[in-house]
Design a protein around this ligand. Structure first.
Ligand code: SF4
Length: 495
């Protein structure tokens, strides 16, 4: 079959995104830029004129999935040679030309710092059919300034369709990382730590609120390390929160991911005093054993993390904290793993993301530390920690039964979408069945709540009474206005 070259009016883009919120935001920016060139999104790769895979390098498994997907795309490329296939993001920066060697049908390899160049590179590749490689400098390939500049990519074009819901948006406030944890590829794939000017961030939030956004999540690899001097004033994250807090239209502000050592009292005080800031912190502990933390080069001990947790809970007793753990890191004995389990019991995280260690080429751990925990032990530890976390989360969520919480309504719940398959969360309910449907929202402490209600509530705050709870979800019902008037003895609003 011979493909007809697309015109600028009927271009279709298929994009697949794996990895973290940073990647979701990168995809939104690229789709925004390509939208300006006349592209529309398709969810069928076979119909697309351009296929982009936005990739993650944090775990080996994610990379394997991308190479398998590239294998499948080979057949589409063979049938429709005009299709442009691109690999973007972390894996592109890390593997570079290796991707062309493993998947010769790939036309573009574009790193995290060159996303703004993608529209031009696609056009060039379509016309000259030559491979395009656009990546940043390696961390040792130039001066700090030159390397930093090569990673700067702040494309301001936003694309509402690519957001978790029309009411929620990510805003990047910094890129890169200088912590160099031994297991992590991020300092290589995202480059040196750089914070954006506060005035640019405030302007971007204004644009988003004009588009109807009510909740922003500020993104940074170590978001609480944010610092930028503007107009002679040093802005840290606490100052930035204060600056954007009163943006008209914004109901809630979150930020991820936090680095334990940079959790300042100024930030905790700002969270306590500014009512729109979520009382939720994602602060990965990674291990409950000091020897493992040292091997990871995390820069803190369990005692220091404990001290931070005390400060958080002294300042905001209702603040939810979640964590990441790596199990099976080199040198993690059974005893070391048990210390991590003890930490899960002690800190009672709102939820835990548990990962089995996998050595990543280009990291110190890969170079210097033998991967000495068997796959079987990693899997067992992973499951044991997830079971324990679920038990704790279920107990803690049960404490909410009978209380009222304030929820920012995101839209239809996954269960509703699955049963009716109407539209993504937060979609306008024009063709939805009449009557209440199951909706989903989050409390100020980032707990997921489902309840029945009119889909038109999406994007608004609602008061919900909690009737039941699982490890992951609170189940409730809307507090009616009558009830609020007639029941002065209602329990206080928590969230
Ligand atoms: S703080 Fe450590 S784990 Fe987090 S992005 Fe930086 S190097 Fe990676």
């Amino acid at each position: 079959m011979t493909a007809t070259p697309p015109t600028e009016h009927n271009l279709r883009l298929y994009i697949e995104t794996v990895g973290c919120q940073m990647n979701m935001l990168d995809s939104e920016l690229v789709v925004g830029a390509l939208g300006k060139q006349g592209y529309t999104l398709t969810d069928d790769a076979k119909q697309a004129d351009t296929i982009l895979l936005n990739t993650c390098s944090v775990r080996e498994h994610a990379e394997h999935k991308i190479y398998s997907q590239l294998g499948r795309l080979k057949h589409i490329h063979r049938q429709r040679p005009n299709v442009v296939v691109g690999v973007m993001g972390c894996m592109a920066q890390k593997d570079q030309k290796q991707i062309f060697r493993r998947a010769p049908h790939v036309d573009l390899v574009v790193g995290t710092g060159q996303l703004a160049e993608i529209p031009r590179l696609i056009e060039e590749a379509r016309h000259d059919r030559k491979r395009k490689l656009a990546v940043s400098l390696g961390r040792r390939d130039g001066s700090v300034q030159a390397v930093s500049t090569s990673f700067q990519s702040y494309d301001p074009l936003r694309e509402p369709q690519m957001r978790p819901s029309p009411w929620q948006a990510f805003v990047r406030i910094m890129i890169g990382c200088d912590k160099f944890c031994t297991y992590c590829v991020v300092p290589t794939t995202r480059g040196p730590e750089q914070s954006r000017p506060p005035s640019d961030i405030a302007r971007e939030i204004e644009v988003l609120t004009d588009q109807g956004v009510r909740e922003v999540t500020l993104l940074g690899q170590t978001v609480n390390s944010y610092k930028h001097t503007e107009g002679g004033r040093l802005f840290r994250l606490a100052d930035l929160l204060e600056l954007i807090h009163d943006s008209p239209g914004i109901d809630r502000i979150k930020f991820v991911t936090n680095y334990p050592r940079d959790m300042g009292d100024d930030l905790l005080t700002a969270m306590r005093d500014l009512p729109k800031i979520a009382h939720y912190l994602h602060v990965p502990l990674q291990s409950g054993c000091d020897d493992v933390l040292k091997a990871m080069k995390r820069g803190y001990t369990v005692a220091q993390y404990r001290e931070m947790m005390h400060r958080i809970r002294d300042c905001m007793p209702d603040c939810a904290v979640s964590s990441d753990f790596i199990v099976g890191h080199p040198g993690e004995t059974e005893e070391a793993f048990e210390r991590s389990m003890d930490a899960v019991r002690e800190f009672r995280f709102k939820n835990n993301f548990v990962f089995k260690y996998s050595p990543r080429p280009g990291t110190k751990a890969h170079e210097l530390l033998p991967d000495d925990v068997s796959e079987q032990d990693k899997r067992r530890r992973n499951n044991a920690m997830l079971d324990l976390s679920n038990e704790i989360c279920e107990e803690d969520n049960a404490e909410f039964i009978g209380r009222n919480v304030e929820v920012l309504v995101e839209g239809l719940s996954k269960a509703t979408i699955k049963s009716a398959d109407p539209k993504p969360p937060g979609s306008a309910p024009a063709d939805s069945p009449t009557g209440p449907l199951q909706l989903v929202g989050r409390t100020r402490c980032d707990r997921i709540v489902v309840f029945d209600g009119n889909p038109r509530l999406a994007g608004n705050l609602a008061q919900i009474t909690i009737d039941d709870a699982t490890a992951t979800t609170l189940i409730g019902r809307i507090v009616t206005r009558e009830l609020q008037h007639e029941s002065p003895g209602l329990l206080p609003i928590l969230g």
